[in-house]
Design a protein around this ligand. Structure first.
Ligand code: R5P
Length: 277
């Protein structure tokens, strides 16, 4: 059975359909003091808990779902379509935690194995105490793109250039390049333009996640006379006013997957997850 987290109900339903497995009718409740309580009413041999930890509340909910699922099934597989805190994969200053490791350890306590989708770094899988596989769903990001003229697939930093290549390859044609990014804080980012000529071309900016939109909007400022600009990412977090920032920067459309359920979630990772399960 597929056990949905409250923030991943669309994806869980798509995965249940893809695998032809029943969808557990999970109940979510909240107490007046803010604490949550879930209930998994169904039983099965295997429980696949599908829950993106988009906030601390969803992380706590996931731990509860795993615990409840273990009382209903003999195997618990946890699918983390989007893993919160994955970008804090090292202590950037002395005394800081490796938050991704702390999250992974807690999730490991309730899972026989874990699957996650395009984590910021694949090495985040090593933080889990149970087997963890990373699913690559980036190829599907080419699907919602319209017909493009002389396309250029650009990543806003060197770390995402492989993603840009994957999307270009799936699209079938176009050039790829990347910018150099210097991050000063979570909303203050500098981007140095690449050598690629952007004038008169359709530019597709590709990244693993759009969170505050600072990286993307700063990158767009460096483009000179593009015809159209599209933004595509695996995880459309689009926190606070990120979507407005991108619209103001002149972005024609934003596409992402359903690892985080937003209006921009144009493609589902369900087939890629089903294949790896
Ligand atoms: C960081 O290296 C990531 O790949 C993204 O570029 C970053 O997390 C996006 O964050 P924001 O939208 O807040 O700039």
């Amino acid at each position: 059975m597929i056990v949905p987290g409250s923030a991943s109900q669309e994806l869980a339903a798509a995965l249940a359909a893809e695998l032809d497995e029943p969808l557990a009718a999970v109940e979510y409740d909240w107490f007046a003091d803010g604490e949550t309580l879930v209930r998994v009413p169904d039983s099965a041999e295997r429980a696949v808990v599908v829950a993106s930890t988009v906030s601390d509340a969803e992380h706590v909910e996931l731990l509860q779902l795993q615990d409840a699922a273990a009382s209903r099934a003999s195997e618990v597989v946890t699918v983390l379509p989007y893993m919160g805190y994955a970008r804090q994969d090292e202590a950037f200053d002395p005394g800081q935690p490796v938050s991704a490791r702390a999250m992974a350890r807690s999730i490991s306590t309730g899972a026989d194995r874990v699957l996650t989708v395009n984590p910021h770094e694949r090495s985040v899988c090593d933080f889990f105490d149970v087997p963890c596989a990373a699913v690559d769903a980036a190829g599907r990001l080419a699907e919602p793109l319209p017909a493009l003229s002389d396309p250029l697939f650009l990543s806003p930093d060197a770390g995402a250039v492989e993603l840009a290549r994957t999307v270009r390859d799936a699209y079938g044609r176009g050039e790829t390049d990347y910018f150099e990014k210097i991050r000063h804080s979570d909303t203050d980012v500098d981007v140095r333009p690449s050598d690629a000529d952007t004038a008169g071309r359709d530019v597709v900016l590709v990244d693993d996640i759009v969170a505050t939109g600072s990286t993307m909007s700063t990158a767009i400022e460096q483009l000179s006379d593009p015809t159209r600009v599209f933004v595509t990412c695996v995880h459309p977090m689009l926190a606070a006013n990120a979507r407005t920032k991108l619209a103001t920067a002149g972005v024609e459309a934003v596409y992402g997957t359903d690892t985080i359920e937003r209006a921009a979630s144009a493609v589902s990772v369900a087939p890629a997850v089903a294949e790896t399960l």
